[in-house]
Design a protein around this ligand. Structure first.
Ligand code: ATP
Ligand code: MG
Length: 372
């Protein structure tokens, strides 16, 4: 069963929202509703999030991301549609049951995490448990554990204003982790941080996720962040999800010009992996043979940005090995350059995937290589 399921969610602000939904379903454009002061913030959003996945919602300011997120934990009631959490219809729960799900099973981490200034770091991290009514000794032990997970061991007794912005954000994350909630909802949680600290937090989240296997919905307006974190990504525009897929799907097969214009700035070398660009090894050749020609090995998960160093010791190709050390593919040098230069083709999502093609390296590849 999916952990979280959104079915045809709508949120309309303003007068006569139900009528507005019917108009939208009938094909009326949201701009036409604006005239009488009605905002269609989320329009017909459907998706599923599997246990252990990071699902990223990406879109520009005002595209409806936060509104969508608030419907996922029942803070906002959908104008139409349903939210299923572990198969349970949140939209049908009594206010009391909804509060209980929200405080026990779902945690939220915001962009500007409001820590209580007169409580210690430990007490701040324990706050979610306090709300749940967990006794002091237990909640402090669990909060200390969560602080350790986020790299804040030793800071328990400090005050929030003694911490940097990045560390404060970690306290927010620790608070969410301490509650043992299955579902973490993160709204631009790293957006206020400096780029280096932000990257650090992304790494840490991925690292934590390997161990904790939470289900996470992460909101960002930064496509690079979306691509680093997301197992799946939904791109929102003007209230609608215009594409859903893996980072690679979106990068290689943008569903329209809007998405295509977004991905121009994405660092392809960090999203595409050796596994996605490798060729099958020549049939009939032994692993020893292949490794003699391509002695440097990487795994299929290695981002292609990290292939330049192996290439410098390997010659014309790098071997891609599986879990047992067997050769599952090879990446010839031309293929790496081609992948960096490849222009994404805009095409409808339903179309069959095109065969892989090897165009000449473009400007982007030259740029990367010049800088490598
Ligand atoms: N309570 C509200 N009443 C009226 N309109 C609202 C309300 N909340 C949000 N909106 C409108 O809904 C639209 C989507 O807002 P939302 O906050 O979901 O966008 P967002 O993608 O999270 O943007 P940002 O990146 O700036 O946080 C906007 O046009 C906003 O003005
Ligand atoms: Mg928002």
């Amino acid at each position: 069963m999916s952990r979280l399921q959104a079915e045809h969610l709508y949120k309309v602000f303003g007068r006569r929202p139900d009528q507005a939904v019917r108009k939208l379903e009938g094909g009326t454009h949201r701009d036409e509703l604006r005239a009488d002061g009605t905002t269609a913030a989320v329009i017909d959003a459907s998706f599923t999030v599997e246990p252990g996945q990071i699902f990223v919602v990406m879109g520009l300011s005002g595209s409806g991301k936060s509104t969508l997120l608030r419907m996922l934990n029942g803070l906002l009631e959908p104008t139409a549609g349903r939210v299923l959490f572990d198969g349970q219809d949140l939209t049908a729960l009594s206010p009391r049951d909804l509060r209980s799900v929200r405080s026990n099973k779902i945690s939220m981490v915001f962009q500007h995490f409001a820590l209580f200034p007169h409580r210690s770091v430990l007490e701040n991290a324990a706050y979610g448990l306090e709300v749940q009514g967990v006794p002091r000794a237990e909640r402090e032990a669990r909060a200390a554990e969560a602080l350790e997970l986020t790299g804040l061991a030793g800071w328990e007794k400090s005050w929030p204003d003694e911490l940097s912005g990045g560390m404060q954000q970690r306290v927010g994350l620790a608070r969410a982790l301490a509650t043992d909630a299955d579902l973490l909802l993160m709204d631009e949680s790293f957006s206020a941080l400096d780029p280096l600290i932000r990257r650090d937090m992304q790494d840490q989240l991925l690292e934590l996720q390997k161990r904790l296997k939470k289900t996470i919905v992460f909101i960002t307006h930064d496509l690079n962040e979306a691509m680093r974190l997301g197992d799946r990504i939904a791109v929102m525009r003007d209230g609608e999800i215009v594409q859903q897929g893996t980072a690679e799907d979106i990068l290689v097969r943008p569903s329209n010009d809007y998405v295509a214009s977004f991905i121009q700035d994405v660092d392809r070398s960090r999203v595409l992996t050796a596994g996605s660009i490798m060729e099958a090894p020549e049939t009939g050749r032994s692993d020893e043979d292949l490794l003699a020609e391509a002695p440097a090995t990487v795994t299929s998960e290695t981002p292609i940005a990290e292939l330049f160093t192996p290439f410098s010791t390997s010659g014309a190709a790098v071997a891609v090995t599986g879990e047992e050390g067997d050769v599952i593919g090879v990446v010839p040098r031309e293929r790496l350059l081609a992948a960096l230069g490849e222009e994404p083709q805009v095409e409808p999502q339903e179309d069959p995937r095109p065969d892989t093609q090897v165009p000449a390296p473009g400007d982007e590849a030259k740029k990367v290589i010049a800088g490598a």
